[in-house]
Design a protein around this ligand. Sequence first.
Ligand code: CP
Length: 310
Amino acid sequence: MEWHRRHVLGLSDFRPEEMEFVIDTARSMEEVLTRDIKKVPALRGKTVVNLFFEASTRTRTSFEIAGKRLSADVVNFSSGTSSVTKGETLLDTARNIEAMKPNILVVRHSASGAPLFLSRHVSCSIINAGDGANEHPTQGLLDLYTILKVKGKIAGLKIALVGDILHSRVVRSDLHSLGRMGAKLWLCGPAPLVPREMERTGAIVTSDIREAVRGADVIIMLRIQLERQKTAYFPSLREYSRMFGLNRDVFSLAKDDAVIMHPGPINRGVELSDELADCERSLVLRQVESGVAVRMALLYLLAGGSHVAH
Ligand code: CP
């Protein structure tokens, strides 16, 4: 399959075969990561700029590692130490970075649509690394890849996404990546945090975690995003944890081989108990591992790199 995209702004317009192509490419990249020397010259001479206007541990670091594994020059821009603090606009910032001739801008921003906006004003490729509550496409793809590695399929799996659905860009990307590949998706959280219109996506909506988890193959726990909540959606974190946290008792309702995922960062003891976050059925760190291969695949495909086996 030929790769025609210049940008990865979201998964809403990704066809299943395109997602499969990214996953196949990620598998090749994962092979590179098992070598003694985990580096190939595929993107030599290309430049990737991580343009992050919001905090990140996993996404920024894994884009940096992914670019370096492919021999790209990787530059990290962090708004907190930039001229944004002196009032420079998003567009001026991006145009000035573009003047230095990068091939790819990896953009994270608290405003939904910021990467789309930039894609209309700069000539280099844009990858959305998370925009407000809109999308987190690389998380959607790495979740897909992680589940495929463990379960060998997506179609027919019961996958429960539990927590702050309203503010979750991960959910919006997972709905495309996992839903389009045939998973039976359940969305669960306090009623004000689970918009009923989400049912239009084909997902089943509930506020009963036991119903969501019963018979599930995969449980994706979501972080309570206090920084995006403009009002109090539940009385207290303690109450939230009691009603919507995953503990051993609730987890026992899932299938015997069910796995637990979380995009991170985890509020330990709120959405996920310490015991479950670190148990053998937790895929949290495998998700992070998959993230490097998936991001290598996207950088490679967008930058039109030479063959990875070189
Ligand atoms: N999953 C995720 O996006 O984590 P970071 O915010 O640390 O990048």
